[in-house]
Design a protein around this ligand. Structure first.
Ligand SMILES: Cc1cc2nc3c(=O)[nH]c(=O)nc-3n(C[C@H](O)[C@H](O)[C@H](O)COP(=O)(O)OP(=O)(O)OC[C@H]3O[C@@H](n4cnc5c(N)ncnc54)[C@H](O)[C@@H]3O)c2cc1C
Length: 436
């Protein structure tokens, strides 16, 4: 059996590592466009500063994924308590919100949000992201934070985004699972009668988040698998609903009995007109520590700030920066035709001004800014995205999986879980996006 896996991110590497470790004698080849493994969980080490692509932490409620994480990391991990924040009304506030930080919100907003507890907008069918947020949290919090943040982050108005964006993004990333937050009322109750939230997560004890993928690569190569870097795939050839070869951009053709595809689905099915957002990251190295940067990451909803999130690597692990130094990672989501993407240096001054205005840096401390253009970071859930996905006709020996292959807003643990379930032969269906 010749298995070809497209993409050496968490999904592709977990598939390869598990298939090879089962010892069935399969020939496994992983094809990767970049010159290093990791995909969105890649890291960059520049002069002793470690930068991931934004904040990356391992957290899971799935026991199989948890065991797998610990098996691969062995004793090379640390366990950290989460400390995230949100910048609202000119101040850093703990996220999820605490009673103290809520009481410190500007009084008019606090009062109006309180009134929203008793008044719900009339939304007959919750179809868009805006419907979802307004029906749960009321118009005031929606207008104050979510509407602007969403427009800035996706470039699309919340009214034109599918409600799944909320399921994937808000439930998981913005609102903590431990805090019951399915309505403004339960949010208020949680604030008045708070239960301690101590979300622990794993992080490698050396290097950046990519260390996990590096360990997977070591195991793949030890068990006879092959990983080809700087090898971009252009497509597949199939006959009668069966894939026979994978085509490289170089013109080379690779025979395959089955293909696991974790690269963007749009490469295979451009006619769907599905789209992804890109992320430009600015990795900013600083000559001295900024004491106020005591969060691991912070969300910024203000439309006049260029970034939507900042990450502070030293709060993941102290030696992510050389002693006495500091760094921040600013994330700017954009499309390929944006000016930022084409010429990041053109926004250098604006970035420095914005970072200084929120107290995240002092401009004289900047040693360097390293720009990374990361394509296809977020699937865009327009209102018709499900119809577009269901128009895809998938050959029987082709498996679309991972964040970009399945067009689902996976975290690392979800990409690993998908791969484990494929290898175990359980639950996996090629049209699994219908069953979310
Ligand atoms: C800013 C940011 C922060 C995040 N934070 C967290 C977090 O804290 N915790 C968490 O669990 N998850 C987090 N995630 C999500 C996590 O990074 C992803 O879910 C996970 O890395 C996806 O892995 P994957 O293998 O499914 O996809 P990818 O990592 O996208 O892998 C796909 C691979 O395919 C390759 N590829 C693409 N095109 C081609 C081609 N034509 N030919 C060959 N190869 C190709 C890519 O280079 C890539 O290596 C974050 C994501 C982002 C963007």
């Amino acid at each position: 059996m010749k298995t070809v896996i497209v993409g050496a991110g968490l999904s592709g590497l977990t598939l390869a590592e598990r298939i090879l470790s089962s010892g069935n004698g399969e020939e496994v080849t992983v094809l990767e466009r970049e010159d290093a493994p990791g995909g969105l969980a890649r890291s960059f080490n520049i002069d002793g500063f470690h930068f991931d692509i934004g904040p990356h932490r391992f957290h899971t409620f799935n026991k199989d994924v948890d065991s797998y994480l610990l098996e691969i990391l062995a004793d090379c991990f640390i366990s950290i308590s989460r400390k995230s924040s949100v910048y609202m009304a000119g101040k850093y506030r703990n996220w999820p919100l605490t009673l103290t930080s809520v009481l410190n919100l500007p009084f008019p907003l606090l009062w109006k949000s309180f009134l929203d507890l008793f008044y719900k907008p009339d939304i007959p069918a919750v179809e868009s992201f805006a419907d979802f947020i307004r029906s749960r949290y009321g118009d005031n919090l929606y207008n104050f934070f979510f509407s602007g943040y969403t427009r800035k982050f996706t470039g699309i108005d919340a009214e034109n985004l599918h409600v799944d964006w909320a399921q994937a993004g808000v439930n998981r990333a913005v609102i903590d699972k431990h805090v019951k937050s399915d309505s403004l009322f339960s949010l208020a109750k949680g604030l008045l009668l708070p239960k301690p939230v101590a979300t622990q997560f794993y992080y490698p004890s050396k290097g950046g988040i990519q260390t996990f993928c590096d360990f997977q690569c070591g195991r793949i190569e030890e068990t006879g698998g092959s990983i080809r870097y700087s090898t971009a795939v252009a497509g597949i050839t199939s006959n009668n609903g069966v894939v026979s070869t994978v085509e490289l951009k170089s013109g080379e053709t690779i025979p395959a009995d089955r293909v696991f595809w974790t690269a963007p689905i749009t490469i295979l099915y451009p006619e769907t007109n599905l789209s992804f957002l890109n992320t430009l990251t600015a990795n900013v190295a600083l000559s001295s520590e900024i004491p106020s940067n005591d969060y691991q990451w912070c969300y910024f909803g203000q439309e006049d700030l260029i970034f939507s999130r900042l990450t502070v690597p030293r709060n993941f692990r102290e030696d992510c920066v050389p002693s006495g130094r500091d760094s921040v990672i600013a994330e700017i989501t954009c499309n390929s035709d944006s000016e930022f993407w084409k010429n990041p240096e053109s926004i250098r001054d604006r970035l420095i001004n914005d970072l200084e205005s929120v107290g995240a840096i002092k401009r004289d401390d900047v040693i360097f800014i390293d720009w990374q253009r990361i394509p296809e970071t977020y699937p865009v859930y327009t209102l018709d995205y499900k119809e577009k996905l269901s128009s895809v006709n998938v050959p029987r020996n082709l498996f679309l999986t991972g964040r970009s292959g399945s067009f689902w807003y996976n975290n690392m643990d979800h990409s690993i879980a998908q791969a484990l379930s494929i290898v175990q032969g359980s639950d996996f269906k090629q049209d699994f996006w219908n069953e979310r």
